[in-house]
Design a protein around this ligand. Structure first.
Ligand SMILES: Nc1ncnc2c1ncn2[C@@H]1O[C@H](COP(=O)(O)OP(=O)(O)O)[C@@H](O)[C@H]1O
Ligand SMILES: O=C(O)C1=C[C@@H](OP(=O)(O)O)[C@@H](O)[C@H](O)C1
Ligand SMILES: [Mg+2]
Length: 196
């Protein structure tokens, strides 16, 4: 990278870090949007801690997400998810990537709205499907027609994800580019709030 490009990259990180302040940045959106992988890069760019709520749930329960769904059902999983996310958002700044259903749950959404700045990683069905089809770890997609299930979740959930503070289009580009787009959205949001 040329020296000039390096300076631009540094200034993007610094400006985004300043825009976030002590708030948490919370990634929401459907399965496959890139919350877990892009969130990790964003946190490393901002040099602040990263936590994935699903990994934290698995750590505290010592069970996988699939095992939790199978043993206790979705309702119990949502109750545990709400408690874990509430706790994760108590201090900041952090980047917290949530599981796809977290922001849809009323209680969890309230914790997220109170706990920091939310970013919806929004993607179209084909991008999501290409990514989730590669792994079979997601219990909600263990259906006869998982692509149709994903489309149904998209229709039901997109109006709710739209309540997030910021929206970033999750395109078929490298994760690092997506992470830069999150940083840029953060800076833009700060500029707009300073201007109003
Ligand atoms: N921008 C991207 N380009 C290519 N692959 C991606 C991108 N974002 C995510 N992926 C891949 O898609 C899959 C799902 O990503 P993940 O971060 O787990 O999404 P989520 O947490 O939103 O379900 C992973 O295999 C990940 O490596
Ligand atoms: O959309 C959902 O309801 C879920 C999404 C998953 O997380 P990812 O969005 O990170 O795949 C995980 O929390 C669980 O399988 C339920
Ligand atoms: Mg994830």
């Amino acid at each position: 990278m040329s020296e000039q490009l390096l300076t631009v990259a540094e200034s993007l990180k610094d400006r985004a870090r300043a825009a976030l302040g002590s708030r948490n940045l919370i990634l929401v959106g459907l399965m496959g949007a890139g919350k877990s992988s892009v969130g990790r890069i964003v946190a490393s760019q901002l040099a602040i801690p990263f936590i994935d709520s699903d990994l934290e749930i698995e750590r505290v329960s010592r069970m996988t997400i699939a095992e939790l769904f199978a043993a206790y059902g979705e309702q119990e999983f949502r109750a545990l998810e709400a408690r874990v996310i509430k706790r994760l958002l108590k201090s900041g700044p952090r980047v917290v990537s949530t599981g796809g259903g977290a922001f849809i749950n009323d209680r969890t959404r309230k914790h997220i709205k109170k706990g920091g700045l939310s970013v919806w990683l929004k993607a179209d069905l084909d991008v999501l499907w290409d990514r989730v089809a590669k792994r079979d770890t997601r219990p909600l997609l263990k259906t006869e027609n998982p692509k149709q299930t994903l489309e149904g979740l998209m229709n039901a959930r997109y109006p709710i994800y739209a309540q997030a503070d910021l929206t970033v289009l999750s395109r078929d580009v490298r994760k690092e580019i997506m992470a830069d787009e999150v940083l840029k959205a953060l800076i833009e949001a700060q500029k707009e709030s300073a201007a109003s």
